[in-house]
Design a protein around this ligand. Structure first.
Ligand code: WTA
Length: 683
């Protein structure tokens, strides 16, 4: 399946220097390790297992699973029966056994230039122990779910690791989500406590996070689910004088002492006061390998988000290994992943993977364009970043401003560049490689999902010759296949559904509270395979090219959104009878949201309604789902059985007149009308 030799033509190679020190220096070595990882996984993973601390070793199978719905329940178990603690492994082990206590864990860089703080592994461990004691004092126990809704501050890492330390399950909700979305996630996972902050700045914009968190808790109460404990970190307002030991992220430079933070003494507690009293010693709670570690919600094609559940040991091994190999990690690296911890990329490649390796990372609160479009490169020089990981949408955004803002900074510390989140178009790839990396740094285009836990298709920087836009080959232990509509495996150059034939340690274990949805979403269409929902092409050299989602999902700036979720927000407006949402290609965001709305009888479309609809979607889901286009569509193209033909709507949205086969359309006269009313400019 993987060629013995990588092709020599039409590819780009890493430099000799990089190869000299690389963990996997050649394609042949990659292939050899790959075969071992698939044929004898236990042997392959032995080195990683040895590195970690186990209170009790496993004695059964390394991986036990069923991937075939026709043979019974789907399950994956990795090292079941072993006992460990991931927080202990990423902190105590580094501080005590590996003597890395003084090593910097995070260079925190705030939204405002000059707002910064350095946190060592020892300090991080101390704070995590304290906060774990705080959680215990609030009655949080092993298995309880804790919701975290915070900006990009070190305390977010502290909160998640403190949960992991006591075996509680964190459910982090991205701080850009609305009160409604937070409420939905809190109720679905039945969280017992919420951790949040007063507020934060995103560039110039002040976000009063506590206000939104309070609204969410009120919405929960309205739905008869009450969370009566909320811990708030003071990030923008002043910490309580006299009672505070200081926080890891200093109050923002552009602090906001007058921020109106709502406070309910029955529910709300101050992070700093609780920490002041807490002891910094806390014995970890030993967990079984298959105990839950966290829940992270991702969009589902039926609209309701799915709580993807990951468990302790497999996820720990997998994030540690992918981080080490894909970024070719070495102890003198300074690594920077620009994702938010509220997404899986931040979970796996800001917190767990880097810390498991004892790495030093930059943790950035701000935006790539604030205060100006050189901010990223200024930070790269400031901390001498050697490994840099970002999203294609950020690259395309910066590309618009040309090379001059990049070239204002040296960037000579950079060695490897990475991308994640969506297919990267070759133009953006070349700009990243040529301008940012000055043709010196391989680009690792990492394909993966919230569900996969870590990278599944990716180059290894020194070993895999690159083809711009291709995620290349599988990571160790991952066995991809391409299927046609009838579920037959295609050989050689082909295009179809990307699926995986067997589990790897980091794959999700279930949808929280809904095993049936887990099986239906990922395993039902093609029994025996995990179905990614992405399309894929394999070229003559065996390289895999992800072509994008083939279900009703959109990828806007690297964020997955379900069209159904946006549609159900739109139809909540009393004037909207029906809505259909499709993606329209966008030069920076990848895709933008194009919404067709059919209004109720007698209602006229106007700008006021348009503004209300935009607001409604923002309130229901969050700013990331704000519609870019809203078109008044008195009728939608439907099949005779009444199914909306989105394929046609996608063409209309991007003004493509060649509609292909329209024979199943019930009434073809709607098409001309839809083209006539097209929106050419964004709302
Ligand atoms: C897309 C993000 C092409 C894909 C880690 C996937 C990509 C979805 C790539 C998962 C890539 C992610 N090339 N497409 N390198 N990386 N995707 O769950 O459609 O937020 O299914 O996880 O993003 O998004 P999620």
């Amino acid at each position: 399946m993987i060629p013995d030799k990588a092709p020599g033509e039409d590819v780009l190679h890493a430099s000799g220097d990089l190869k000299k020190e690389a963990h996997v220096p050649t394609f042949e070595k990659y292939k050899e390790l790959y075969v071992k990882s698939v044929e004898s996984p236990e042997e392959f993973w032995a080195d990683f297992i040895k590195d970690f601390f186990w209170k009790k070793k496993y004695n059964g199978k390394f991986l036990d699973y069923n991937f075939d719905v026709t043979k019974g329940e789907i399950y994956v178990k990795c090292m079941e029966g072993a006992s460990t603690n991931i927080c202990y492994n990423v902190l105590d082990r580094n501080v005590h056994d590996r003597k890395l206590g003084d090593r910097v864990a995070f260079y925190w860089e705030g939204n405002e230039p000059g707002d910064q703080k350095t946190v060592s592994y020892r300090e991080l461990l101390q704070q995590v122990c304290k906060f774990a004691n705080v959680l215990k004092s609030q009655g949080v126990k092993k298995g309880d779910r804790v919701s975290i809704y915070m900006p990009m501050v070190v305390e977010l890492v502290v909160a998640m690791l403190a949960c992991a330390r006591i075996g509680a399950v964190h459910s982090i909700v991205f701080a850009g989500f609305s009160a409604e979305s937070l409420c939905e996630r809190i109720i679905d996972s039945r969280c017992c406590l919420l951790i949040t902050a007063d507020g934060f700045y995103r560039g110039d914009k002040l976000i009063n996070l506590k206000l939104i968190a309070d609204e969410a808790l009120q919405k929960c109460r309205d739905k008869s689910f009450s969370v009566e404990k909320c811990i708030m970190l003071k990030h923008l307002t002043k910490e309580d004088e006299g009672t505070t030991p200081g926080s890891l992220s200093p109050p923002a430079k552009r602090a906001c002492p007058d921020l109106q933070v709502p406070w309910n003494p029955e529910v709300d507690m101050c992070w700093h006061s609780l920490m002041y009293e807490a002891s910094d010693e806390c014995e970890p709670v030993w967990c079984d390998s298959e105990d839950p570690l966290f829940i992270l919600y991702t969009s589902g094609s039926t609209g309701k988000p799915k709580g993807v559940l990951h468990t302790v040991s497999g996820y720990m091994l997998y994030t540690a290994a992918t981080f080490k190999f894909v970024f070719d990690y070495h102890p003198d690296d300074v690594y920077w992943c620009t994702a938010d911890i509220g997404w899986i990329t931040g979970h796996s490649y800001i917190t767990y993977g880097p810390l498991a390796n004892g790495a030093t990372s930059v943790l950035f609160e701000g935006l790539p364009t604030y205060p100006d479009v050189s901010r990223m490169w200024e930070i790269v020089d400031k901390y001498q970043v050697s490994k840099f990981y970002t999203a294609p949408t950020a690259i395309r955004l910066l590309m618009k401003y040309g090379s001059e803002p990049v070239q204002k900074y040296k960037r000579d510390s950079l060695k490897i560049l990475g991308t994640v989140g969506e297919p990267i178009n070759p133009e953006a790839w070349h700009w990243y490689y040529n301008v940012v990396g000055e043709k010196r740094c391989p680009v690792v285009d990492t394909f993966w999902q919230t569900e996969t836990g870590g990278h599944v298709m990716t180059p290894l920087p020194a070993a895999t010759p690159m083809k711009p836009g291709s995620a290349t080959f599988p990571f160790f232990g991952v066995v991809p296949a391409i299927l046609n509509e009838s579920g037959e495996e295609l050989e050689g150059p082909s295009e179809g559904y990307l699926v995986f034939k067997q589990p790897w340690p980091g794959v999700m274990r279930t949808v929280y509270g809904n095993q049936q949805r887990f099986e239906t979403t990922y395993f039902k269409k093609f029994p025996g395979y995990y179905v990614t929902g992405d399309g894929c092409r394999r070229d003559k050299d065996g390289y895999y090219w992800i072509t994008g989602r083939i279900d009703d999902m959109l990828n806007v700036s690297g964020h997955l959104l379900s069209t159904a979720e946006v549609e159900s927000a739109l139809v909540e407006h009393e004037s909207v009878a029906e809505a259909a949402v499709v993606g329209r290609p966008h030069p920076v965001k990848g895709e933008s949201l194009y919404c067709f709305v059919t209004l109720s009888d007698g209602i006229n479309y106007n700008q006021k309604l348009e503004a209300e609809l935009k607001k409604l979607v923002r309130e229901k889901i969050g700013a990331i789902a704000t519609p870019d286009y809203i078109q008044n569509a008195p009728s939608l193209p439907k099949t005779r059985s009444g199914k909306i033909m989105r394929r046609i709507l996608r063409k209309i949205a991007s003004n493509e007149r060649d509609l292909g086969d329209v024979s199943t359309l019930a009434d073809s006269s709607v098409i001309d009308q839809l083209f006539e009313n097209r929106c050419s400019t964004a709302v």
